[in-house]
Design a protein around this ligand. Structure first.
Ligand code: AVI
Length: 317
């Protein structure tokens, strides 16, 4: 049994990236930050709870799809190496790994060292023959060198939390490392009735609101900001033109927030919003076009009966 951890992104580099992005995002009009900054241990814990909410259908639909089509993925790629992007607690990973009979190496990339440690040790116990590597890094810094028959895995519609340019960069990098015969397996939440989508981003227990506004305590802790969370209201709305949910915190009254480490004062007008997350929903045609832009073609597209969620397998053209 082998499990190793490699650090590509130290705490200092992560803090430096956050400083840079917070300076740009809090002084921009409108104010916005990338979705990746709502994640810390608290964010991950809230998301675990969200995934158990009946209205948050994404994992409920994705799990049976993975169980049903893992064999198809094996037949179409027969990977030697699997590279999973943002596996979180890796609970879905065995559904796939059980079917990948020729797999020699499993690599997990995540910014959370704790999540990687826990998942790595669990997987190492279950798959003693696998060489398991956890890479602490983001999806840019963390990608390993190209290797033959690599399957990159990005489940849970995580790729939807990125904007179009960030997605294009990622897909280009993935196409570069998957090697001959390699592929990309994506879990994609699909465009559907807006009420059904928006309903997944609303709950009475406060988990979703907690995750949407988790950027504020993170900025307070990491950059010495003084956001008063009670003076902001979290909200999530469906934006049809961009085919995505957009999540915000809205200032309930005019206020000035100080960010000590940036020497910055940020003015919020009453009702002004700071975007904290996006969650893009896809169509088959849209996904095919984005993949094609990176030199990947669709080799498998499996959905549930209602067409709510897709497992999408792309291979190098
Ligand atoms: C992690 N990601 C796929 C979630 C989503 O549905 O976009 C994040 C989330 N934010 C609020 N609820 C869930």
């Amino acid at each position: 049994m082998s499990f190793r951890l490699e650090r590509r992104l130290g705490p200092n580099e992560l803090a430096e990236q956050l400083r840079r992005e917070a300076l740009a995002g809090l002084t921009a009009t409108p104010k916005l930050m990338r979705s990746r900054w709502v994640w810390d241990a608290r964010g991950a814990g809230l998301y675990e709870r969200i995934m158990e909410l009946p209205q948050y259908y994404l994992p409920q639909v994705e799990r049976p799809l993975l169980a049903a089509h893992a064999d198809d993925v094996e037949a179409l790629v027969h990977p030697l190496r699997a590279v999973e992007l943002g596996p979180g607690s890796s609970v879905k990973t065995p559904l796939l790994l059980d079917a990948l009979t020729g797999l020699e190496t499993y690599v997990a990339i995540d910014v959370s060292e704790d999540a990687l440690e826990a998942a790595g040790e669990r997987l190492a116990a279950r798959y003693p023959e696998l060489d398991i590597l956890g890479i602490v890094g983001d999806f840019e810094s963390g990608l390993p060198e190209p290797a033959e028959r690599t399957l990159v895995i990005c489940l849970g519609s995580t790729i939807g939390n990125m904007g179009p340019r960030e997605r294009a960069t990622l897909l280009g990098n993935v196409a570069r490392i998957v090697g001959e015969g390699g592929g990309l397996l994506l879990g994609l939440d699909l465009v559907k009735d807006p009420e059904r989508i928006a309903g997944a981003y609303r709950d009475d227990l406060g988990y979703t609101d907690g995750l949407i506004s988790n950027l504020l305590p993170i900025l307070n802790r990491e950059l010495g900001a003084d956001f008063d969370i009670a003076r902001f209201r979290p909200e999530a709305e469906w934006v049809p033109e961009r085919s995505r949910m957009e999540m915000y915190v809205r200032a309930l009254e005019p206020q000035t927030v100080h960010v000590r480490e940036l020497g910055l004062s940020v003015e919020f007008a009453e009702g002004e919003r700071l975007r904290t997350e996006i969650s893009t929903k896809f169509t088959r045609a849209g996904a095919e076009a984005e993949l094609g832009g990176a030199g990947l073609h669709l080799a498998g597209w499996w959905t549930d009966e209602a067409g709510e969620f897709a497992l999408c397998l792309a291979k190098k053209a």
